[in-house]
Design a protein around this ligand. Structure first.
Ligand SMILES: Cc1cc2nc3c(=O)[nH]c(=O)nc-3n(C[C@H](O)[C@H](O)[C@H](O)COP(=O)(O)OP(=O)(O)OC[C@H]3O[C@@H](n4cnc5c(N)ncnc54)[C@H](O)[C@@H]3O)c2cc1C
Length: 273
């Protein structure tokens, strides 16, 4: 049987393994993190075409149970002026719309579904190199171990080492000069209706939020930042430092950004895009 080595067990890795399995190809996922970075990250929106892609591998139901539908985006200016609404992706023939989910829940559900279908995941395996042979490819990992397979599939995110190994001249991911912060606030009452994302082009930074069925406000902010921060700098920034930066950036906007930030217990963590 043809075997594949999938590099990266985030969101794409388990889905690729399930898709390959349907084509009769057995996969082992090699994930760099020792335990899959289970609870890292905030939330993301899976557009309806993403839900459709999951349907192709019969994994859409496990994801549809997570999070909540967000088919509409409403936009405001920092002065509080309503700018308009647009659909947040299309609607599939069966009524499926975009879904906003915690990244950790999405990752866990897809990983568990892949495991349930017999896919193997090896943790602590950071790909550093790969060598094609006459019929097989050999992958080398940072811990010195090796693995062979018929195929090497890169699902290792935007800074993919697999892509670099296969095509060293491929352009690297480019830093977009804004940071991302996403978190959850409690006890805030805003004008957002269920199923809507509200987004504000603030005077100094972009802000968005949606209200989950639990009543929690899920929000994100994009503070501008010209140069790319290092991982160490991001990790060393405390919740209170993020909070104080956001409160300063949103102080002059007519939006609930300040109230939402204040009502967020944290922890707050930012990352570069
Ligand atoms: C921990 C984490 C938290 C995130 N949180 C958010 C969020 O809150 N909101 C949001 O919008 N997006 C978030 N993202 C990004 C988002 O998950 C992805 O951009 C998107 O889901 C695409 O999925 P992906 O599987 O292609 O990449 P990713 O989800 O980035 O997964 C890539 C996987 O590959 C692994 N990997 C990387 N390099 C190697 C290597 N050399 N060898 C082996 N494995 C490797 C990583 O550890 C990771 O598990 C997060 C990503 C990660 C890894």
């Amino acid at each position: 049987m043809t075997t594949a080595m999938i590099i990266g067990g985030g969101v794409a890795g388990p889905v690729a393994a399930m898709a390959l399995q349907r084509a009769g190809i057995d996969s082992v996922i090699h994930e760099a993190h020792p335990g899959g970075a289970e609870d890292v990250g905030a939330f993301l929106t899976l557009q309806s075409n993403g839900m459709d892609a999951l349907r192709a591998v019969d994994a859409h139901r496990v994801v549809a149970q997570l999070g909540f539908p967000t088919p509409v985006m409403r936009f405001y200016s920092g002065t509080g002026r309503y700018l308009g609404a647009v659909p947040n992706g299309g609607t599939l023939p069966d009524g499926t719309v975009s879904h906003t989910v915690r990244r950790a829940d999405l990752h866990r559900a897809l990983r568990d579904e892949a495991l349930r279908r017999g896919v193997r995941i090896e943790y602590g395996k950071r790909l550093v190199d790969a060598q094609p042979g006459p019929s097989m490819v050999t992958a080398t990992f940072a811990d010195g171990s090796r693995s062979t397979g018929d195929l090497l599939v890169g699902c290792d995110g935007i800074r993919s080492r697999t892509r670099r190994v296969i095509d060293p001249s491929a352009p690297p991911a480019r830093y977009v000069p804004v940071l991302n912060i996403g978190a959850y606030a409690r006890g805030v009452s805003t004008s957002a209706r269920p199923g809507e994302y509200c987004m504000v082009f603030g005077r100094r930074a972009f802000f968005g939020w949606a209200v989950a069925p639990s009543g929690e406000t899920w929000w994100f902010a994009n503070p501008p930042r010209r140069d790319e921060p290092t991982e160490q700098e991001l990790a060393a920034t405390t919740s209170e430092q993020w909070r104080s930066m956001l409160l300063g950036l949103f102080a002059k906007d007519r939006s609930p950004a300040v109230e939402i930030t204040d009502a967020t217990p944290g922890p707050l963590r930012g990352w570069a895009t």
